[in-house]
Design a protein around this ligand. Sequence first.
Ligand code: SF4
Length: 319
Amino acid sequence: MTRPRIAVSSCLLGEPVRFNGGHSRDRFLTGQLDPYVEWVPICPEMEAGLGTPRETLRLESSPGGPRLMTRTTHADLTDRMSALAHERAAALRVDGYVFKARSPSCGIHGVPLYRAEGPPLDRRNRGLFAGVVIAAHPLLPVEDEGRLNDALLRESFVERVFAHARLRELLHGDWRPRDLVAFHARHKMQLLAHNPELYGQAGRIVAGAGSRPRAELAAEYALTFQRALATKASPGRNVNVLHHCLGMLFLDPAHRADLLAVIDSYKAGLVPLSVPATLIRHHARGQDASYVREQSYFSPYPDALRLRNHVPAVADRRA
Ligand code: SF4
C-alpha cells in the first residue's frame, strides 16, 4: 500500500521544540499511525529562528488583521512568520498535515486573539503559519491532534490521506488514460460513499480520458476526487454503497438475508461499519467478484489500523 507523506507539527512527534524545551508527543501519531506513513516534521517557530527555550507567542488584534507577537517583549513576528509560511506552503508536497492544536503558529481552530492588554477577544482563530498553508492547499486533508481523538474525524482524516497518496502516486508517474480509468474504477464505491454528485462528475471526466490533454485531465480529476472525499461519508451513504455491492454478489437467499440484516444493524447503530464491510469483502473473495473485491472502499488504509471499529453516535448517524 502507498505510504503517505504527512506534514506534522514537530512537537507532536516528540521533538523538544516547544517554547519551554519540551514536546507534545501524540500517542496515536507516534504509535498506531507511525509504521504506515512518512512524516515531514515542521516547527515554524524553530525555522523562524526563535530557538528553544523561547518567549511564548500570541495573536494580537490590529486594524490590519491579527499580528503574531511575543508576549512579554511585544516583538512583532508577523512578517517573518508569514514569509516562512508562504515559502513552506509553496514547496509542500504532502498528502496531509497534522497541526498542533491551539498554537498561535500551528493551530487550525480555537486560537485565542488578544488585545494589547486584558483577556482574549475571541477564541475562533487560526495560527498564522497554519492559516497560510491551508489557504494555499484548500483541499489538503488537515487536522489537529485534539480533533484526531474523535474516532470519526480520525478515520475520515486517515482515509483521505491514503486516497490522496494513491492519487499522487498515480499522477506523478508515467500514467496513461487507461491507468486513470482503472484508478477510478477501484475508487468508485469510496467516492459514492462520500459524495454521489461528485462521484458522477468524476465518472464523466474519466469517460473523456482519451480525448483531452493529460495535464488538464489530471488537474480536473484530482480536484473532483479530492472535493468528493472532503465530504463526510455518512452512514446513510455507506448503507447505499453496501447495498450496491451486495447487489453484485451471487448469494443464496439465506446468505443475502443475513447480510441485509447486518447492514440494517449498522444502519441502526448496533454494529460498526467494519462488520458488514468485512462480510461483503469475504463473500467477494470467495467468488469471482473482482470488481467488488478490489474496491478501495473495503481497504481505504491498512486494515491493522482498525479505524472502522466504532459505532457512530446518534447525531452522526443522522448526518
Ligand atoms: Fe513548533 Fe508548532 Fe509545536 Fe509550536 S506548535 S512547538 S511552533 S511545531
